[in-house]
Design a protein around this ligand. Sequence first.
Ligand code: PGA
Length: 258
Amino acid sequence: MSEQTARNKIIIGNWKMKRSLSESVKAAKEFAEKFKGFEFDKKEVVICPGLVSLTIVKKALGDSEIQMGAQDVFWESSGSYTGEVSPRCLEEAGCTYVIVGHSERRKYLLENYAMIHQEAKAVLNTSMIPIVCIGEEAEDRKTDKRDFVLMNQVQQALGGVDLVGDQQAIVAYEPVWAIGSGTAIEPEEATYAHKIIKLALNDLFGMKVAKNNIRVIYGGSVTNKNIKKFANLEGVDGLLIGGASLEADEFYKICKAV
Ligand code: PGA
């Protein structure tokens, strides 16, 4: 199995709220079959199914080296928080990763960076790895505020967070205007944004920890058709894939290309 090291590329599929339980189980079995023989020693592959299907998806994946992540988490370890799910439950369900602060949650559930900060810290209190989502809105980009917005989001989400030993985090750069739009960012712009994010991480964590413990990945309308543009981009340590992660065949092609 690919070790969880920040040197490995990672491809993460976010199934969002797009599958029923039976569809999730069926897909997980297809994924496990399709990825037999995949070079997991060089790349990590993760799927993030809906919350209620986590345990049955884990079972359906069987002994596959595909890992599982959750799409969200609450920041307390237990208590009177109706409707929420604790990091410990996700860990027990078999998750190794947790997405925090996806822009759809920022938009529809009004999550803010104070919450995202707490969620990332809560995940780091377990054996799981947080995937912290950041990214500018179309308006920020149009008005030349992108660099400031990205640095500010990194600071708000991860300022004061410690990564101890070989503990890891992932920052997913997902420009909000590119998610689900069919229009991915141009590779040069992605490289530039990743540089800005890495500089902000250097400031917060120091160069050594930023380099060895944190991967910065891109997400937003990556598909099998445009994967060539992103597969080997400088400074891009992996991808977060939404729509194109739903079908085993397409996701496999993307993972192979990286
Ligand atoms: P998309 O979604 O690939 O469908 O644009 C990416 C995401 O929301 O993580």
